[in-house]
Design a protein around this ligand. Structure first.
Ligand SMILES: [Zn+2]
Length: 162
């Protein structure tokens, strides 16, 4: 079910919208290296008509599957937006998308949810990252002196003499 509010009912009384929005409904084209939506978005919203505008207020919550920015381990964390608030006109360029008697609130919750996503998620605040490994051998300096000697023309000459 898309997240829609009945505008006819809204004219008479504020509308309460509580439910879950499947990830495909609001983030089908979302791709990120470090964050993925693990469950549907839970919403608990009150929609009020204010003259030519609509006020949407409430809470949003969704479980995220993250990849730690320091140690790359995968972990889950819940994103809670407790003070979601959007004020949108019903007409004009900035108008909320409408389908008959219904206005689609999906773009509103989508925008705020995306903006609230962590850009550098950490599995725990004190994560120190991957264990320190021995420095990788630089391939340009990889050959040891003995290897150089064995492949040099002089080494070949030495072998001929023997
Ligand atoms: Zn970590």
């Amino acid at each position: 079910m898309p997240l829609k509010v009945n505008l006819r009912l809204l004219e008479r009384t504020p509308q309460k919208l509580v439910g879950e929005l499947p990830v495909v409904e609001f983030a089908a084209d979302f791709h990120d290296e470090v964050v993925r939506f693990a469950e549907p978005l839970r919403y608990d919203l009150e929609v009020t008509r204010q003259g030519p505008d609509v006020l949407v207020q409430g809470t949003l919550s969704i479980m995220l599957e993250c990849s730690c920015a320091r140690c790359l381990s995968s972990f889950q964390t819940r994103l809670d937006i407790n003070d979601f608030s959007a004020f949108v006109p019903l007409a004009g360029e900035e108008a909320i998308p409408k389908d008959g008697d219904f206005a689609d609130l999906t773009p509103l919750v989508r925008e705020d949810t995306f903006l609230a996503l962590p850009t550098k998620p950490l599995c725990r605040p004190e994560c120190r990252g991957l264990p320190v490994k021995a420095p990788a051998r630089d391939s340009r300096l990889g050959a040891t002196p003995s290897e150089v000697a064995s492949t040099s023309p002089w080494a070949a000459l030495e072998k001929l003499k023997l």
